[in-house]
Design a binder for this molecule. Structure first.
Ligand SMILES: [Zn+2]
Length: 480
């Protein structure tokens, strides 16, 4: 039911020819500079000194070779490419600051790898490390780029290729920088997402954030949208795909009549899924529906937004400390490891797509690693997360390196520090869910099982509210 296609390394231009699959046109694995940006660059060179604000846009294909492990679940090695994965870069410049936003069609990147990539980009472009925001869309049709036990091996060759491509796309965006204008707004997009933790009782933050960069003549160069919802409609399809953001981008491009990049920021949707999502059943029509519903609202808002030359660009980062739950005692951990070990013996299907096997093996490995730490004298009682943000006039973008629950993201958006606040989760780190005390009390996957895939320790029930408070403090700093 899905296209099985060649890898980017084979540079196929037309793929998806397997029986029953729709044809998928692929771009070559080269950066595409947008005609509008190039045109504007040529046309506006003499204006450079007159315009205090400039922006540059570029994109590059980051689809790995088929066979590289998928992540975000027990999905095993990829079997094909349904849609290419992209990294898209936008540089924003004013005399007082420069900011680079890079958004990748990936699940997330852990802090160490993300730091390495940002450092490489900073070295190549001369931009300050702390002004580079590297965010992921959180698609579950992506290669392993964050270590998750038994949910895909991070391929060092792919990471090296990714680094080269991100450096290139950043350099291209910087090179394309030309006088620009900014427009932004928000619009309700109801019915698209549901709260998977608390159902009807749970918060759904259905406000879609929309930002557009125009060139000096008013022609759109790029659109950035932020929406709180897990990209999981094609979860477990076994193929590379950006999921519904792919369809949102295509529909926005079609609506504008411009082949410009649409950057999807994964809003605070840690506990939100598409309302048409059916567990374990990947659905291309459902992904299309989700993407097109979002695109329709984005287009509605885009049509009303008038661009201006922003008067102010500020950027800031803020570390916050998140307390960690104490580990169980040695006796409990030994018993957990033993119980999981015995259960593992009884499982005969040990394929990488057997969720039960991956889950039990993870519990055993986690207990053994935790036991070792407890026997060595314990674990830290807190972990630092660095929040990052930038603001242009009355619009702010906040980057958070984890999956913030909707109620906290909504509170940040409604804080009133800026007229319009867009959230990018999975930015510069991927520490797991930033949940509520209720999720912990209910022993939900996000609070109890997921941390064991990521590592050993886990946050306390106030992690979500601490991130909310930290993000609001960061916004105040940005507002100066
Ligand atoms: Zn998630």
């Amino acid at each position: 039911m899905v296209a099985r296609t060649g890898s980017v390394n084979r540079r196929l231009h037309r793929t998806g020819q397997s029986s029953g699959a729709a044809c998928v046109w692929r771009f070559p694995a080269d950066t595409v500079l947008y005609p509008a940006a190039i045109e504007s660059l040529r046309r506006s060179v003499p204006l450079m000194n007159d315009s205090p604000f400039s922006a540059g846009v570029a994109r590059i294909d980051i689809t790995p070779p088929v066979g590289v492990d998928l992540t975000g679940g027990a999905f095993g090695p990829s079997r094909g490419v349904l849609h290419p994965l992209w990294a898209k870069a936008v540089v924003l410049r004013r005399p007082e600051a420069s900011v680079l936003l890079v958004v990748c069609d990936l699940l997330g990147i852990d802090e160490q790898r993300s730091d390495d990539l940002r450092r490489a980009i900073a070295g190549a472009t001369g931009l300050a490390f702390e002004r580079i925001m590297l965010a992921c869309t959180h698609t579950h049709g992506a290669p392993a780029t964050v270590p998750l036990r038994n949910w895909g091996r991070v391929d060092p060759d792919y990471m090296s290729t990714l680094c080269d491509r991100l450096v290139r796309v950043a350099e291209d965006a910087v090179r394309a920088a030309a006088p620009a204008r900014l427009a932004h707004g928000q619009i309700a997009c109801p019915g698209v997402a549901i709260n998977r933790c608390l159902g009807e009782r749970g918060v759904v933050d259905d406000v879609l954030g929309v930002m557009r960069l125009d060139d000096a003549t008013g022609r759109a160069m790029a659109v950035v949208i932020s929406f709180a919802c897990h990209p999981v409609n094609l979860h477990s399809a076994g193929v590379f795909t950006p999921d519904f953001p792919h369809f949102a981008e295509r529909a926005i491009q079609a609506g504008l009549g411009l082949n410009i990049p649409v950057l999807f920021l994964s809003g605070a949707g840690g506990d939100l899924n598409p309302s048409n999502f059916t567990n374990q059943t990947p659905s291309e029509p459902n992904a299309r529906q989700t993407g097109e519903l979002i695109a329709a609202k984005a287009l509605e808002r885009l049509g009303e937004m008038r661009s201006v030359v922003p008067d102010r660009l500020s950027a800031a980062a803020m570390p916050i400390d998140l307390p960690l739950r104490p580990l169980p005692d040695a006796q409990t951990l030994r018993a957990t490891a033993e119980e999981a070990g015995q259960r593992l013996e009884t499982i005969t299907d040990r394929s990488p797509t057997n969720w039960t096997y991956a889950g039990v093996k993870t519990r055993m490995e986690w207990a053994l690693e935790a036991l070792e730490l407890v026997e060595q004298g314990g674990v830290p009682d807190r972990r630092t997360l660095i929040l990052q943000g930038f603001a242009l006039d009355d619009l702010a973008v906040v980057g958070i390196g984890g999956e913030l629950f909707a109620e906290y993201g909504q509170a940040v958006r409604r804080s009133g520090v800026f007229e319009h606040i867009m959230i990018a989760t999975q930015a510069n780190a991927s520490v797991g869910y930033l949940f509520s005390p209720e999720a912990l009390a209910m022993e939900r996957y996000e609070a109890v099982a997921c941390p064991r895939y990521l590592g050993v320790d886990s946050f306390t029930g106030d992690c979500g509210s601490l991130v909310r408070d930290g993000a609001i403090a960061l916004l105040r700093q940005l507002a100066g």
